[in-house]
Design a protein around this ligand. Structure first.
Ligand code: XIL
Length: 381
């Protein structure tokens, strides 16, 4: 029996292979074997990838073909962030986002908006007046509302779920000291969700953050969502950015967070999944995009290719992760990779520029890696 055997194919096979019809084992295997990630995970969770500009503009045919073939949900890697889409007060750059949303519609994909309120990649103008002085609370709230009404309003009914707030927490569980918090106060969280709800009442609304497996951050995120829920604010899900390493976090920590968020009665999503194999000069664990290092000797160990032993470790890691996600498929609604093929990954340039990274399921020639087979197997059990 194929390792990809899926319960849901069983009734079909029974029908097809009884009575006047008999099936050879190879015919059976062909019918039983899912041929894509989305098919393998069907009925469990959506499976997706973040798209870059070339892909939404159709400039990279191989990647586009792969996206259509393998995934049923998409995220915008950069084009819907506040800086790129709203670079100046009265200037919106909608074109790339329009293309992204059209791609989602044309291909019938669950289309994610990322992200409405974030401290990174926010445009400079939003926090200052014409003289360059920090704006007051009311002004910033008004600007936030205008931004959300305009962007989430434009894609109303087309974007299925929004990362409303991204990365509001520090790893120790305290609220991150951002301009949003500094100028508006803690209420900015609630306001962001309220404005999003007004702009698109049908869209799912999420809180998204990295390192949510860390116990202190997990507790803080639970507290944050509970607080909003107690105020009657709609939160539909928590996105756990999956910027993981080869040997951290532990599966137990990830699992504890999946359970903790599911206990809130919200959807759990693994967003931004990639597995970083490269060394870093600090003990960094997480995805703070401001944390970068100058290129240094010895930090690009696989420039000429990935040794078999490391490929195997990556495969094992992906198998473990997806066995866990599969186990919790009743809680997890979506798993999204942060990129399509290795060559697109932001981890080629972060936290150190110009390296060769191998964090995804497809190699630089768009070919599935052994980790792909491991994922197919894990979700098909
Ligand atoms: C990254 C993009 O992949 C890069 O292209 C960009 O230069 C920086 O941002 N957490 C997030 C994502 O929520 O938006 C970040 O994406 C990665 C970390």
């Amino acid at each position: 029996m194929s390792v990809f055997y899926k319960k849901r194919f069983a009734p079909l096979l029974l029908l097809a292979c009884t009575g006047a019809y008999s099936c050879s084992s190879s015919e059976q295997a062909a019918e039983e074997t899912p041929t894509s990630l989305k098919e393998a995970a069907e009925g469990d969770f959506y499976i997706g990838a973040a798209l870059n500009y070339d892909q939404v503009y159709g400039r990279e045919e191989e990647a586009v073909a792969l996206i259509k073939e393998e995934f049923n949900t998409i995220s915008p890697e950069n084009m819907l962030k506040m800086g790129p889409i709203h670079p100046e007060q009265n200037v919106y750059n909608f074109e790339p986002a329009d293309k992204y949303v059209a791609f989602g519609e044309e291909n019938d994909m669950f289309t994610i908006g990322h992200t409405l309120v974030w401290h990174s990649q926010a445009p400079d103008w939003i926090f200052v007046d014409k003289e360059g002085n920090t704006v007051g609370r009311d002004t910033l709230l008004q600007r936030m509302e205008d931004h959300i009404a305009t962007v989430a309003g434009r894609y109303k009914g087309k974007i299925d779920g929004w990362d409303v707030v991204n990365e509001a927490l520090e790893d120790d569980g305290s609220l991150r000291q951002t301009k949003w918090l500094e100028i508006i106060g803690e209420e900015y969280l609630q306001k962001a969700f309220e404005f999003a709800k007004e702009a698109d009442p049908e869209a799912e609304l999420y809180y998204n953050d990295y390192s949510l497996w860390k116990p202190a951050k997990r507790e803080a995120a639970v507290h944050l969502v509970k607080n909003l829920q107690e105020k009657g604010i709609q939160v539909d899900g928590v996105g756990m950015q999956g910027h993981y390493g080869i040997d951290y976090p532990s599966l137990e920590d990830i699992e504890a967070s999946i359970n903790a968020f599911a206990d809130l009665g919200v959807k759990v999503m693994i967003t931004e999944l990639d597995v970083d194999l490269l060394p870093n000069p600090s003990n960094r664990q997480g995805a703070d995009i401001a944390m970068t290092f100058e290129p240094q000797e010895g930090f690009n160990p696989y420039a000429e290719g990935l040794p078999d032993s490391v490929q195997q470790k990556l495969t094992r890691r992906y198998a473990d992760l997806f066995e866990l996600f599969h186990k919790h498929r009743d809680k997890i609604s979506r798993v999204t990779f942060w990129g399509v093929a290795d060559k697109h990954s932001w981890l080629n340039d972060w936290p150190m520029e110009g390296r060769r990274s191998y964090p995804l399921l497809f190699d630089r020639d768009y070919q599935p890696k052994p980790a792909y087979e491991a994922v197919m197997e894990a979700v098909s059990e």
